[in-house]
Design a protein around this ligand. Structure first.
Ligand code: 13P
Length: 266
């Protein structure tokens, strides 16, 4: 994924953020996974940032910083509000000291990317705009993930997104807003989401399922001749093509010069 997505970002002259998510790849230690992302980002010809996605453990977040990630996310969205604020404030002190960007989440985004399971946005807790103002003021986070009908993994039925809520939060806080659960919508939905004020879109499940279909196709085509490195090479081509499609869809193509990631030690 790393090789294919970076190749796509370079070909499209688009900025990119590579996420490392411990829940999705529990068998890859941060000590191996994060340096891989950080090095790939460092040598890319376009601005590429890295982030620890949905960090919930203090140790993981500190490790991600140690291994050079340009940003980390603390996800305290299921905690009581004051607890979410308190831990985010603690992590703000640490991240600020070393120049690492911090994302936090307010309101809860339902669903899972770990299994094929449809999720209703009703299961989510939408972000309260007034609370978002208080949260950003007190925690001084760099990016805020909000809940407005977006769900992780597979959407159940027609997604119902509250764009008015994004617009209201966008008008009240001055940090970039993040959409998790970014894949699985219709192509026509994305321009409105971006125009409403979302700057960072986390996109995974639809691409991962597409890769699964591609692997099945390659396996059927190659039969007994399938060998691992063919799969890797064709997998990279798949992620390259699909990432270009998504970058175009989200309006990121051609915008590399609008992003300025900062790497520690570089
Ligand atoms: P999807 O897998 O639903 O696209 O969401 C990814 C995500 O939000 C990871 O944080």
């Amino acid at each position: 994924m790393v090789v294919g997505t970076i190749r796509a970002a370079e070909e499209r002259y688009a900025p990119l953020i590579l996420c490392f998510n411990e829940a999705i790849t529990p068998t890859v230690p941060i000590a191996l996974g994060m340096p891989l992302l950080v090095n790939a980002a460092r040598f890319a010809n376009v601005p590429v940032a890295t982030i620890l996605d949905h960090g919930t453990e203090f140790d993981s977040i500190v490790q991600a910083i140690y291994y050079g990630s340009s940003s980390v996310m603390f996800d305290g969205s299921i905690l009581p509000y004051e607890e979410n604020v308190r831990i985010t404030q603690e992590l703000r002190k640490i991240t600020r000291a070393v120049g690492v960007s911090l994302e936090a989440e307010l309101g809860s985004i339902g669903g899972t990317v770990l299994e094929y399971k449809e999720t209703d946005s009703i299961e989510s807790v939408f972000t309260d705009p007034d609370l978002a103002v208080d949260f950003v003021k007190r925690t001084e986070v760099d990016m805020l993930a909000i809940s407005f009908g977006n769900v992780h993994g597979v959407y159940k039925g027609e997604p119902s997104l509250d764009l008015g809520r994004i617009q209201e939060i966008f008008s009240l806080v001055d940090v970039p807003l993040v959409m998790h659960g970014g894949s699985g919508l219709s192509d026509e939905d994305y321009p409105g989401i971006v125009a409403s004020g979302i700057s960072k879109i986390n996109y995974y499940t639809a691409m991962a399922r597409g890769a699964g279909r591609e692997i099945r196709r390659i396996a059927a085509e190659q039969g007994e001749h399938l060998i691992y490195h063919t799969l890797i090479a064709r997998g990279i081509d798949f992620f390259d093509e699909d990432t270009k499609r998504v970058l175009d869809l989200l309006g990121a193509s051609g915008k590399a010069d609008r992003a300025f990631p900062v790497f520690i030690g570089s």
